[in-house]
Design a protein. Structure first.
Length: 86
């Protein structure tokens, strides 16, 4: 696995930056883009990333119609166990 900080899809960088700003604003972190991240707690920075991932997963599930994923108590659970033999 590569250890470069080069994005896999450079065209997606602007979209991810917008999502990060939107998520930080929803969490009450104003002007996140211009804020020195070292002044924030690791919990705040992690919360932004965690909520971003949650939004991306929700978006994909909606896009795919949740065909093989079932929402249970806020978590996604596979409907079929791939390890279980028929």
């Amino acid at each position: 696995m590569s250890r470069t900080r080069k994005p896999v899809n450079p065209a997606a960088q602007n979209g991810l930056d917008r999502l990060k700003e939107e998520t930080a604003a929803e969490l009450g972190l104003k002007d996140y883009k211009n804020t020195y991240k070292g002044a924030l707690t690791s919990a705040d920075n992690g919360r932004v990333g965690g909520h971003m991932v949650r939004k991306m997963i929700q978006s994909r599930e909606t896009q795919f119609g949740q065909g093989s994923v079932q929402a249970t108590n806020g978590t996604a659970t596979a409907v079929h166990d791939v390890n279980q033999k028929p």
